[in-house]
Design a binder for this molecule. Structure first.
Ligand code: MN
Length: 383
């Protein structure tokens, strides 16, 4: 009988010893929570595990234990090969000795002599036996760990664990559960099946998993919140998950740079009442002058702009990485903002969507974007 994806995931995690964990770039709470929880769990099971993310975790997640263990590259996971050309001179014996700070590899020739020109070095194969990719719809979203080492994804089996509907099933094993609120929620059942021990999840693992569930449901406020996610969250609190820490650090305190940046977003707010939306913009200089990171604008639309009364949706335009990024949030279920994102080749859900204009600035494309949306809104009003 064929194993289910869940059984296959459990089987591979049980049998493999050297495991690489990856998640998507610009990590959010679920990316950070799921990779850290699986990292801590596999360590606890005695595995050799390395966790890598393209970007460091945003400062807000500092309350998570061992967050610094997530590194930005996995160069260490590769063998280093010293190769000796034996076409002329054959080797008889090879031994090594550590002398002070040096590892000496001693090769005794059968006849003749070896010379330095016969030695070359090369990168060997990866030490990992499997790679687990968390919360990422496709391999490109991983960023540089994938871009710089694409061969690793052909050489060893890839396990894909995700909850996004658009996941392109890039793994050898794909566990994509679109009914789960978060990758962290899926991991709770992975860990149960892997360890068979209901007490395995300790306070630190529970706090990481709870971070993923709380952030992906926006503290159980989003309409993707399911009865199951509430049950799982309650379990994690029972296991010692520090829910109050999560709420305090993520929702109740903000760096001053974030407050300054949000202040700019609010003071730039424009009211397009006739076309039933509000919008604002953040220039590159707004980030620089407030010392805010590009990720710090992400909450302003959900926490403030979306609360605007008397409109269908809110739009935030921001200059990031040489691109103009647009985030859209509907204020009611009667509006589908993914249709607006599609005007600019973006996408998302009816309540939350996004798009991106590559190689552009607000000065170049801001007016065009607003005009196109106004035209769309008035055509909808007539229809
Ligand atoms: Mn997620």
């Amino acid at each position: 009988m064929e194993l289910s994806p869940k059984q296959q995931v459990v089987e591979i995690l049980k049998t493999k010893q050297r495991i690489l964990l990856l998640t998507h770039k610009n990590p959010d709470g679920d990316a950070i929570g799921s990779i850290l929880a699986l990292y801590l769990s596999l360590k606890k099971l005695g595995k050799d595990v390395v966790a890598v993310c393209n970007d460091p975790a945003p400062a807000v997640f500092e309350y998570l234990p061992q967050i610094k263990e997530i590194s930005q590259n996995f160069a260490n996971g590769r063998d280093f090969v010293i190769a000796l050309d034996v076409s002329q001179v054959k080797a008889d014996k090879v031994m090594y000795k550590v002398v002070g700070d040096k590892l000496n590899i001693i090769i005794t020739p059968a006849t003749g002599n070896f010379t330095p020109e016969m030695v070359t070095t090369a990168a060997g194969s990866f030490n990992f036996e499997t790679v687990v990719v968390l919360d990422s719809t496709d391999l490109e979203r991983i960023g540089s760990p994938y871009d710089k080492n694409p061969e690793v994804f052909y050489e060893i089996p890839v396990v894909n664990i995700d909850h996004h509907a658009g996941n392109d099933q890039f793994g050898k094993i794909n566990w994509v559960d679109i009914t789960a609120t978060s990758t962290s929620e899926i991991l709770v059942s992975v860990l149960e099946a892997l360890t068979g021990d209901p007490k395995f999840i300790d306070e630190d693992i529970a706090t990481a998993l709870l971070t993923g569930i709380i952030t992906d449901t926006n503290s159980f406020q989003n309409n993707n919140t399911t009865p199951k996610s509430l049950t799982v969250a309650a379990q994690l609190v029972a296991f010692g998950g520090r829910q109050q820490d999560i709420i305090k650090y993520i929702y109740k305190t903000k760096p001053l740079s974030t407050l300054r940046l949000w202040g700019r977003a609010l003071s730039n707010l424009r009211d397009e009442r006739a076309d039933r939306f509000v919008w604002t913009q953040l220039y590159k200089k707004d980030y620089l002058e407030t010392s805010a990171a590009e990720t710090e604008s992400s909450g302003v639309i959900d926490e403030l702009l979306k609360t605007a009364a008397g409109v269908d949706f809110a739009l935030l335009l921001s200059e990031k990485n040489g691109e103009v990024h647009g985030s859209l949030r509907a204020t009611s279920k009667n509006t589908d903002v993914s249709a607006i994102a599609k005007l600019f080749n973006g996408g998302g859900h009816p309540m939350a969507a996004a798009f991106q204009i590559d190689n552009s600035t607000l000065e170049q494309s801001g007016a065009m974007i607003i005009q196109k949306i106004k035209d769309y809104q008035s055509s909808q009003a007539k229809a």
